[in-house]
Design a protein around this ligand. Structure first.
Ligand code: TGC
Ligand code: FAD
Length: 392
């Protein structure tokens, strides 16, 4: 069992930009991660199991939809609070953050933003408490970066919709009680539907053999003539902007979350560099290792400021999708580079589970791909600054 000796690093005193409530939230989530995640995360990853008791704990610390208003069971917190939570969870493990970001940004958010009053009252309070868990089905076997091409269909049968198709790479699918699924209707318009476990023809086979996000359950959603009641369609959205709006919230959370993974790698590398003696002195005394560490904290600091400013814009409802793309892309790549450098500082020990480095590194290989790949986010920035579309 690994002891979690993590100490926070705040080189530019970014903490001073946070409220007392933000700091309290951060300390609460950090304490939960140290107590409930760090001692068992290595084993969970080695065994590739999602630790179900985390659900109750995540609900208790308010990690499911913290920005959802209190009347629907959320905490009514701002987006900086949400970001800080994601940072602290991902400091523990990207898979744990994934569980929370899917539940909050990809399941609760669309029901809150596009659902009927009945849907909000029926699902949101239970999702906030973790009594129901959800997943988000957008990606299909043949349509990943290009979800507009999706094949999954709902057919209007008068009393109900008939759902057919398949989604893949879906976080939380194997244990989710409900799925927010995006499918095209008879007019070819993308609609959101809430599919419940137990509906005939709906299955969620688990995806095995992952080398990344091993503590998070991933699966498929298969729809074989599933009869979906009409009241399960999200009434207030049509088109690709529906799922993409949800991604804005989740990508924002990842921009913060990735800083957590980077901080954990940096913290471990800094400590190791002072303890590990070679050629009669700590390896941290060698210029080559100092260069790595100095560049790490520089990049982390830049990412912290980017995330904080984005949080301010998001709270003011002024953050554009392209700004969110820039932060997701920069901060995840930053964290992955830091994980790779930190692995080298740990020498051979860096590949073992005694240190969190390799686990973070492997997780971040998913994080840099999901919620829009590194390339797609660059093209979003490219389109935004030139006005010229390079996607197709
Ligand atoms: P395009 O023509 O650009 O846009 C179609 C409509 O959508 C609007 N829009 C957005 N609205 C809100 N937020 C955004 N970020 C938006 N981006 C575009 C746009 O204004 C338009 O609206 P309207 O009213 O004119 O119809 O669409 P496109 O087909 O050219 O695609 C653009 C592109 C490539 C950027 C988009 O398809 C994309 O982002 N692709 C990446 C797919 C992706 O990110 N998938 C993620 C799946 S979910 C996931 O990975 C969860 S992992 C969770 C975890 O475990 O943590
Ligand atoms: P592709 O789209 O096939 O891309 C392959 C490569 O081609 C990439 O490098 C990409 O950048 C590049 N590429 C594609 N188009 C272009 C272009 N126009 N120009 C230049 N390069 C291009 N999806 C969900 O809906 N819900 C989930 O909960 C979910 N969870 C996930 C969990 C995990 C662990 C993983 C790995 C994925 C998850 N995804 C989920 C899917 C994820 O969003 C997709 O993997 C991602 O959007 C990329 O799609 P793809 O894998 O089909 O890659």
């Amino acid at each position: 069992m690994r002891t979690d000796n993590y100490q926070h690093h705040d080189y530019y005193l970014v903490d001073e930009l946070l409220s007392e409530e933000h700091k309290l939230i951060r300390d609460t989530v950090r304490a939960w991660v140290k107590k409930e995640v760090s001692p068992i995360i290595e084993e969970a990853c080695q065994k590739a199991t999602f630790h179900k008791p985390w659900i109750k704990g995540l609900a208790e610390i308010g990690a499911f939809g913290p920005f959802i208003p209190q009347e629907y069971g959320g905490a009514g917190l701002d987006y900086i609070a949400y970001g800080i939570m994601m940072q602290e969870l991902e400091r523990g493990d990207s898979g744990v953050r994934s569980t929370a970001s899917v539940q909050g940004s990809l399941v609760m958010y669309p029901i809150y933003a596009f659902g009927s009053e009945e849907q909000k009252r029926k699902y949101l309070p239970k999702l906030a408490k973790g009594e129901l868990m959800g997943c988000f089905g957008l990606t299909e076997p043949d349509y990943g970066s290009n979800p507009a091409g999706m094949i999954t269909r709902i057919e209007d049968k008068g009393d109900y919709y008939l759902l057919n198709g398949a989604k893949m790479w879906i976080s939380n699918a194997p244990f989710a009680d409900i799925a927010v699924v995006w499918a095209k209707d008879d007019n070819g318009e993308i609609r959101g539907v809430i599919v419940e476990r137990g509906m005939e023809g709906f299955t969620t086979p688990e995806t095995h053999g992952k080398w990344s996000l091993r503590a998070s359950a991933t699966g498929e959603l298969v729809f074989d003539n599933v009869k979906v009641p009409k009241e399960n369609v999200l009434p207030n959205i049509k088109g690709l902007k529906g799922p993409l709006s949800c991604l804005n919230s989740a990508r924002y959370g990842i921009a913060w979350g990735a800083i957590g993974a980077a901080l954990d790698c940096y913290d471990s590398a800094l400590r190791y560099s002072k303890e590990r003696i070679q050629f009669g002195k700590p390896i941290g005394a060698f210029q080559l290792q100092q260069k790595k560490l100095a560049e790490m904290i520089t990049e982390i600091t830049k990412a912290q400021l980017l995330a904080w400013r984005l949080g301010v814009l998001k709270n003011e409802n002024r953050a554009t999708p392209a700004q969110i793309s820039m932060a997701k892309r920069n901060n995840v790549a930053m964290a992955l580079n830091i994980a790779r450098e930190a692995r080298q500082i740990h020498g051979g020990m860096g590949i073992t589970g005694e240190y969190p480095i390799m686990r973070h590194m492997m997780n971040l290989e998913s994080v840099i791909t999901y919620e829009g790949t590194h390339d797609i986010h660059l093209l979003i920035t490219g389109l935004d600054i030139t006005g010229l579309n390079a996607f197709n």
